[in-house]
Design a protein around this ligand. Structure first.
Ligand code: SF4
Length: 202
């Protein structure tokens, strides 16, 4: 994983966030769009195996920054009413079931935002989901069964990590835990809910 990719992500986030509106969801969307453009333009884009409908990586633990969690919460709120209720129930149940699990054990579990193998909030998915990129979908499938490693684009992931650091200097919370707390919080209390959520990596 290269330091230069990390610092490029940090710089991208700081530049994109400066040009965006003050509200956190717009700032997150702006940084995510900048990262998407950079990833699409990189030479390794042509040999990445990732494509729509492939969701093996949606079984990895995910850390989200506060602006991204607010962006995700708004995206869930915009889902059709029944889907919204189902996602809130799925996220809440997943957060409860996984609260005592170590971070590594989360790797075996599907993200509660998946519906039929697709992300229900794809346009608002956080930076780790955008920047995790595999060179071999077969290896991802094998890895989902607990075997082998995934040859992944480490520079792409480093870019996403740097952008996360720039977007959310207060750190990342675990996706299920943060969303479950924030979906049940009043709008003016989401920052406190995020701060109380499980930290990424713990
Ligand atoms: S937020 Fe979406 S893209 Fe990310 S792990 Fe969950 S379902 Fe997959």
């Amino acid at each position: 994983m290269s330091n230069s990719a990390f610092y490029r992500g940090l710089e991208l986030a700081q530049t994109a966030a400066r040009g965006a509106a003050a509200d956190p969801a717009t700032r997150a969307a702006s940084v995510q769009a900048a990262v998407d453009r950079e990833l699409a333009a990189s030479p390794s884009a042509a040999v990445r195996a990732c494509q729509a409908g492939c969701s093996f990586c949606c079984r990895h633990p995910v850390g989200v920054t506060l602006p991204e969690a607010i962006h995700l919460r708004a995206a869930i709120d915009r889902l059709p009413p029944q889907q919204r209720q189902e996602r809130i129930a799925a996220v809440t149940a997943a957060a409860t079931c996984t609260a005592a699990m170590p971070w590594g054990a989360l790797a075996a579990l599907a993200c509660p935002l998946l519906i039929d193998g697709r992300c229900s909030v794809y346009a608002a998915r956080p930076l780790p989901c955008r920047s995790w990129a595999s060179f071999d979908a077969t290896a991802c499938e094998r890895h989902s069964r607990g075997a082998g490693d995934i040859p992944c684009d480490t520079d792409a992931f480093a870019l996403g990590l740097g952008a996360s650091a720039g977007l959310g200097p207060d750190g990342q919370a675990e996706l299920r835990s943060a969303l479950a707390a924030m979906l049940h919080a009043e709008p003016d209390d989401v920052e406190r809910a995020f701060a109380a959520a499980r930290r990424a990596g713990t």
